[in-house]
Write a protein that binds this ligand. Structure first.
Ligand SMILES: Cc1cc2nc3c(=O)[nH]c(=O)nc-3n(C[C@H](O)[C@H](O)[C@H](O)COP(=O)(O)OP(=O)(O)OC[C@H]3O[C@@H](n4cnc5c(N)ncnc54)[C@H](O)[C@@H]3O)c2cc1C
Length: 531
């Protein structure tokens, strides 16, 4: 780290992250009168999966019966783990919030004389949120990755510390409340926009005692051209071929996500798979440029006609980005189990609205917006009650990669990454889970973790990179532990040795711990209660 004195700041509310959840949280906290600081690893507007995507929000008009029907339809797909009240909350909040962006975002018409709010283009959306946040009075610190949380002596969160990349200086922020909105963990799969999504917030939260939930529901992939991750809209109309021109038997995604993914993964393991979109409906051929211009760019670059030529595809692992695992939410204000700490967006569990299936395609965006807004407002109210306590001594809570348990050195993190990826987004580990395989992955990931925990220490930018690898190793450990503990198949969690869904396990599963990972059902099974 540089020799310059650390940058020290204080705020009522500190928001860690710079995607849609973080920005909505910052806006709400500032509108509630709090002094708000937002620190992002990248540049707010371009970092995170919101910026490169085009989030379609869950958008249901408050007309008689419509919302109830939408909730019942999604609840039925949640495998009994979602909560109808939370679903109603995100529909309602999304409906109210998006029109507030009208002064910043160029919403299009809906073709019926109204405004089309639900689907937004990521880059313009994030630019709008940045301007909205600044207008509300939020101080944004770009390129300020957070490395660790700070604690008061009573165990409550006191702020965070990190490293300012461009100034090459350490920073410390003391705050009355902290919101973690660092996105999900995509394990460096190449998924569009996800390079900085390494699960840092989950590690920081776990280090201060927070618990995670739903980590076993992290089996999500998006199909893209093999050379560039894009959004997935065009592929519902695809047929697939091998390089000899033989058509592959790949069921369409609508017929069942698991069968579709497994067929594609098997084919990809055998060799290149080519997609053919020549049979796509005319509406898609004509409308794609307007809806998802970025999906066409990689093809134009290579002079490939998306709707005429066959091209190789790949499945990009999405980890907890479109999986549902994250920090457990314990209150209506998106509180975590740790005092002064809130979580929002993909870094919080989305089981409350999506259960055991992905919330992608509408719910995740509505969740990121709503949980951000709720967390920001609740954090501001809390900070107003408790004050910043800026003059009391605090403890730095970071462990692995910052304060090694044994002799310090800079481990070669490149060695560990393939092991972490194999355990999490590797097709075999994710789509054909079994106790034996999971145990082998658990041991391998544990060895990676031990190396970093025992010896890892770095400074400056190298410390940021080391902490990212530590966070990915931690997330891998939690995913594998939760997948082992959930001794059944449910939603995206698919065990070939336990193919059925067990009614006795209809409970969310908590996982936590660093050196000693533990799991337990959030609600004990009915038999245990009876006993
Ligand atoms: C290809 C794709 C398409 C999608 N389409 C849809 C859709 O149509 N509908 C839908 O509902 N959902 C969709 N999703 C999911 C949706 O985009 C996400 O749920 C949502 O954008 C998450 O927002 P977020 O703010 O939680 O995370 P992100 O937008 O990922 O933001 C995380 C932020 O945290 C910052 N950060 C990370 N670590 C640190 C650190 N240590 N310190 C400081 N900052 C840090 C990052 O720089 C980033 O700015 C899609 C996702 C993908 C990948």
């Amino acid at each position: 780290m540089s020799e310059a004195a650390p940058i020290t700041r204080s705020a009522d509310v500190l928001i860690i992250g710079g995607g849609m959840a973080a920005c909505w949280a910052a806006i709400m906290a500032a509108q509630a009168g709090a002094d708000v600081l937002l620190v992002d690893k990248g540049f707010v507007g371009t970092s995170g999966v919101t910026a490169t995507g085009g989030p379609n929000h869950w958008w249901v008009a408050p007309e008689p019966g419509r919302r109830e029907a939408a909730i019942e339809e999604r609840y039925a797909r949640s495998f009994g783990l979602a909560e109808r009240d939370w679903m109603a909350r995100i529909i309602d909040e999304t409906w109210r919030a998006l029109p507030q962006l009208a002064g910043y975002y160029p919403f299009a018409g809906d073709g019926k004389g109204g405004t089309f709010y639900s689907g937004v283009r990521g880059p313009e959306y994030m630019r709008a949120l940045r301007r909205f946040a600044q207008y509300a009075g939020v101080t944004i610190l770009d390129h300020h990755p957070a490395l660790e949380l700070l604690l008061h002596a009573d165990g409550s969160v006191a702020g965070a510390a990190g490293y300012a990349r461009l100034k090459q200086q350490a920073w410390t922020v003391r705050a009355g409340a902290v919101v973690i909105a660092t996105g999900g963990c995509a394990f460096r799969s190449g998924l569009i926009g996800s390079h900085g999504n390494s699960g840092d917030g989950l590690l920081m939260a776990a280090e201060v005692g927070a618990v995670l939930s739903g980590m076993e529901f992290s089996v999500s992939y998006s199909l893209s051209p093999a050379w560039n991750s894009t959004r997935t809209l065009p592929y519902f109309a695809a047929r697939f071929f091998d390089t000899e021109g033989r058509e592959l038997d790949v069921p369409p995604p609508m017929s069942g996500e698991a069968a579709h993914l497994r067929a594609l993964a098997r084919a990809l393991e055998a060799g290149p798979v080519l997609a053919d979109l020549s049979d796509a409906p005319d509406a898609l051929k004509q409308g794609l440029r307007r809806i998802q211009p970025a999906s066409l760019a990689p093809f134009e670059h290579k002079r490939i006609d998306l709707f005429r030529d066959r091209f190789p595809v790949r499945l990009f692992g999405e980890g907890t980005v479109r999986g549902t695992g994250g920090v457990q939410i314990v209150g209506d204000g998106c509180e975590t189990s740790v005092a002064n700490l809130y979580a929002a967006g993909d870094s919080a569990t989305r089981e409350l609205v999506a259960g055991a299936t992905s919330g992608g395609g509408a719910q995740n965006a509505a969740w990121a917006l709503t949980s951000g807004r709720i967390a920001g407002a609740a954090a501001a109210a809390h900070a107003r009650r408790t004050g910043r306590r800026g003059d009391t001594p605090v403890l730095a809570a970071g462990t692995v990669g910052l304060r090694p348990a044994s002799t310090a050195r800079l481990p070669d993190v490149r060695e560990g990454l393939p092991i972490i990826q194999a355990a999490t987004i590797g097709y075999d580990a994710a789509l054909w889970r079994s106790a034996g395989k999971l145990e082998r992955h658990r041991d391998a990931v544990e060895a990676v973790w031990r190396t970093i925990a025992d010896h890892g220490r770095a400074e400056g930018l190298a410390a940021v990179a080391l902490r990212e690898h530590a966070a990915m190793a931690a997330c891998a450990g939690w995913i594998v532990a939760a997948a082992l503990a959930r001794d059944e198949s449910r939603g995206m969690h698919m065990r070939i040795d336990r193919p059925g869904t067990d009614p006795a396990q209809q409970s969310r599963l908590l996982v936590a711990g660093l050196d000693h990972v533990w799991t337990r059902p959030e609600r004990p099974a009915a038999q245990e209660i009876a006993a």
